[in-house]
Structures are given as structure tokens and as C-alpha cells.
Write a protein that binds this ligand. Structure first.
Ligand SMILES: [Zn+2]
Length: 65
């Protein structure tokens, strides 16, 4: 009962994503230490269309496993 949903190096761990470096940084800063771009720290914003794919598994599938 462990694999509910796989979260890749997640924001929950304090990682923030730099969309410019395409890298997750473990920092409490707001900006990327390398390029200065504002980091993303919220996992779900439905508005942005990014290169990142977050696949939601339908509940029906989970039930049948
Ligand atoms: Zn960066």
C-alpha cells in the first residue's frame, strides 16, 4: 500500500523548479541560484502549459489494481 502516486522530486521536499534550467533546486530562496529566474514552488497550477507532464491516474484504474 505504498505506491499511491509517484511524485518526482517533489515540491513537498522543498524542491523548487526552475523552468529555465529545467532543474529542481533545494533552496528556500525564491529565485534560482544560477539564472535568477523565479522558482516554482507550487505543484499544481492548471493554467500553465509547460513541458512538464503531470499524469493523473484515473480513480477507476487505481481501484482495479
Ligand atoms: Zn535556473
Amino acid at each position: 500500500m505504498s505506491a499511491t502516486r509517484k511524485v518526482r522530486r517533489s515540491y513537498a521536499n522543498g524542491y523548487k523548479y526552475c523552468s529555465r534550467c529545467r532543474t529542481y533546486h533545494l533552496t528556500d530562496k525564491v529565485r534560482c541560484p544560477y539564472c535568477g529566474t523565479l522558482l516554482r514552488n507550487s505543484p499544481r497550477k492548471k493554467k500553465q502549459s509547460s513541458n512538464e507532464k503531470y499524469v493523473e491516474v484515473p480513480a477507476e484504474i487505481l481501484l482495479t489494481v
